[in-house]
Design a protein around this ligand. Structure first.
Ligand SMILES: [Zn+2]
Length: 496
């Protein structure tokens, strides 16, 4: 186990991570409210905490990871009513879509994925506990949390109850004791899903679900609570008040982590601004792994700006195109390494060239320092650069040292990329062919015609007709195709 320092949003500084049980981490992430397709903001939150989870594992910790699905909510009910659909069924459909999108982005499924509709009982138990303790009160079938019973309310977002009171707009709901009080349970309205409760038929408010689900699946206290920065207030503030109100000040999350926003062309992503892209739309044009690489190239807390340009009436993302080129470089490196390592005999244990064993310790150090994926990715780039240099140099230097170094680099690049970062786990050929074919179709290059010309050129070279071979190479270059002669024969790629 490597000691970790992480930025805790509650203490507002980097602190040493001390889990409740040595070597074990319990984590909860607020998942999506599934009333629509997932967008890049959802992708960023899921990928950020997938990185944190993988990093903990890479650094030797055993992780229990819970991510919920909010399938009972005002927005879901509204959308379902507009469409004449059952709200729980609509939420389930979008939850399935969300999970498919996340799988495409390399996000591992959570160990537990609780849904509100399946946790009404613990939610009611928790509310009852708060009512019994005098920290919540029922009015006409609604139940509210009494914020003034929790004096440290506002600590996470850096506000006091007085600030919030002063800032609260004139409250129309006179039934609440204080404007800052929030709903734990909402009395049933016609056309809404409702469950029986001690306060009559109704449904849970939004915040209580996370308090109830962490309690149910991780116990009264656990290690890390994550979510998007937009959830700090009021959602996470309310979660703390509910859980610590019920189980005392030592309960609930020991550490809070929040991921930054994704902006598009320096503007907030929103449907009304017309700069809203679902994940499905983005990955129709770009490799999903490029989306992951691009997002992980920024620290999870940093804001990200994604550039969008119009290309022939279609949106295009130059940052993602660049990430795809980066992936092409990594996969090409792996392909070269694999070909070399397959052909060269195993040199056994012994010394490697300078730097060939640096990747794993560098990545461990980067991840142990507040999950710094950009530094880890840079180290991956350095390892690939060294691998290509050793492959290009060919002979010279002790043969066994070179062979051993290339084996080590291939193994370490894969271990770091696959396990710690969730990248580069595809077959290099499959990635490279898919990218080539996608670029070819985008640029109107006829793949079959290219294959034919490449084969003709190979024939010409075989009969040593180099003039004809060169002429064919020029014709291909004119089509935007680059031919590469490798030990395994000629290959081609779409030129940048
Ligand atoms: Zn939550």
């Amino acid at each position: 186990m490597t000691p970790i320092r992480l930025y805790d949003s509650l203490r507002k500084q980097k602190v040493p991570f001390e889990p409740r049980e040595p070597g074990k981490v319990s984590m909860y992430l607020c998942g999506p409210t599934t009333y629509d397709s997932a967008h890049l903001g959802h992708a960023r939150s899921a990928i950020s905490f997938d990185l944190v989870r993988r990093a903990f594992r890479f650094l030797g910790y055993e992780v229990t990871f819970v991510r919920n699905i909010t399938d009972v909510d005002d927005k879901i009910i509204q959308r379902a009513n507009e469409r004449g659909e059952d709200p729980v069924a609509l939420a389930r459909r979008y939850a399935d879509e969300y999970n498919r999108d996340m799988a495409m982005l390399g996000v591992l499924p959570p160990d537990v994925e609780p849904r509100v509709s399946e946790h009404i009982e613990p939610i009611i138990q928790l509310i009852q506990r708060l009512v019994d303790a005098g920290k919540a009160y029922a009015v006409d079938g609604d139940v509210y949390f009494a914020v003034d019973t929790f004096p440290s309310y506002g600590q996470l977002s850096g506000q006091s109850i007085d600030d919030l009171r002063a800032g609260a707009r004139v409250e129309v709901d006179q039934r609440k004791r204080a404007p800052v009080d929030f709903a734990l349970w909402k009395a049933a309205k016609p056309g809404e899903p409702a469950w029986d409760s001690p306060w009559g038929k109704g449904r849970p408010g939004w915040h209580i679900e996370c308090s109830a689900m962490t309690w149910k699946h991780l116990g009264e206290a656990f290690d890390v609570h994550g979510g998007g920065k937009d959830l700090v207030f009021p959602h996470h503030e309310n979660e703390i008040a509910q859980s610590q109100g019920a189980f005392g000040p030592a309960s609930f999350a020991r550490y809070w982590m929040h991921n930054g926003f994704v902006n598009l062309n320096d503007e907030k992503m929103s449907k009304s601004l017309g700069n809203f892209f679902s994940i499905a739309e983005v990955i129709r044009h770009h490799d999903p792994e490029a989306v992951r690489l691009f997002l992980l190239s920024h620290h999870i807390r940093s804001p990200i700006n994604l550039e969008v340009v119009d290309r022939d009436g279609e949106p295009a993302f130059p940052d993602l195109e660049q990430a795809e080129r980066r992936l092409e470089y990594f996969y090409t490196t792996l392909k070269r390494l694999d070909a070399f390592n397959r052909a060269a005999p195993d040199p056994g244990d012994g010394p490697v060239v300078d730097g060939a064993d640096a990747l794993v310790p560098e990545v461990r150090a980067a991840l142990a320092d507040d999950f710094n994926a950009p530094v880890a990715i840079a180290a991956l780039g350095e390892a690939a650069r060294l691998a290509n240099k050793l492959l290009d140099e060919g002979k010279g230097g002790p043969k066994d040292v070179r062979r051993r170094s290339l084996r080590r680099l291939a193994a370490d690049i894969r271990s770091v990329a696959n396990d710690a970062l969730g990248l580069l786990s595809r077959d290099p050929d499959a990635f490279l062919t898919a990218r080539r074919d996608r670029l070819a179709s985008k640029r109107g290059i006829d793949v079959q015609a290219v294959e034919r010309l490449v084969a003709e050129r190979a024939e010409a070279r075989k009969r040593k007709d180099f003039a004809a071979a060169d002429e064919l190479r020029d014709r291909l270059a004119h089509m935007g195709v680059e031919v590469l002669d490798t030990p395994a024969g000629a290959e081609w790629r779409v030129a940048d």
